[in-house]
Design a protein around this ligand. Sequence first.
Ligand SMILES: [Fe+2]
Length: 217
Amino acid sequence: MELNKKELFANLHFEGFILYPVDSKSEIVTHCVSQIKAISEGEIKDGYQLEKHLEFSSNLRPSVKDYDPKFEEFYSEIGVTSFLEDYLNYEPKISTLQLRGAYSGSSYLSWHRDTHFYSNAEEPSGNIPPIFKSIFYPNLHGSDPRDTLHVSNGSHLRYFKNKNTDLLLPRTPLFKRTKVSESNDYVLVFNTSILHAVLPVKGLPIFRMIASFVGDI
Ligand SMILES: [Fe+2]
């Protein structure tokens, strides 16, 4: 797939996220989609289960990497790992790989940054420097894609020490927001210091595979 890397680099830096294109018909993508679909329907290999995470979400346990090695290979095969290596100038490794279902009801996580240090806190929270994550939200049922994540464009480059101010701004029309939806045609790649919020699910659960990339593990 011909990528305009320069443009993607600029978007990843200034917007804080990109939708990295993938070939939905490739073997690795069709394999992962069908595996995730089976898991979402409760067809899960012995020794593994979906464990409640927060009120409206569950994680595949005990290990997504061991459940199917292709889940981890997915990121190198689609080119996200080498894309991030070119962007970061070091070879990133997947420190954690999660497969999570988000269920109908309220959102399981509202506006937040994974990395933050607010004025009422004693110490910073999250990874410093902030890590990059790549999330695949497969469209498991071929239905109309549903929005599933809200991101506040460029918010990783602005910051308010006051938590209330920082978390209020993405809710206002002052800043651009983007909704990311279920798709087998791209994965989200983002700087985890960006403000983001999980959107509530209507209907069948929305599954997501989340890879966290770190420099040295
Ligand atoms: Fe997050």
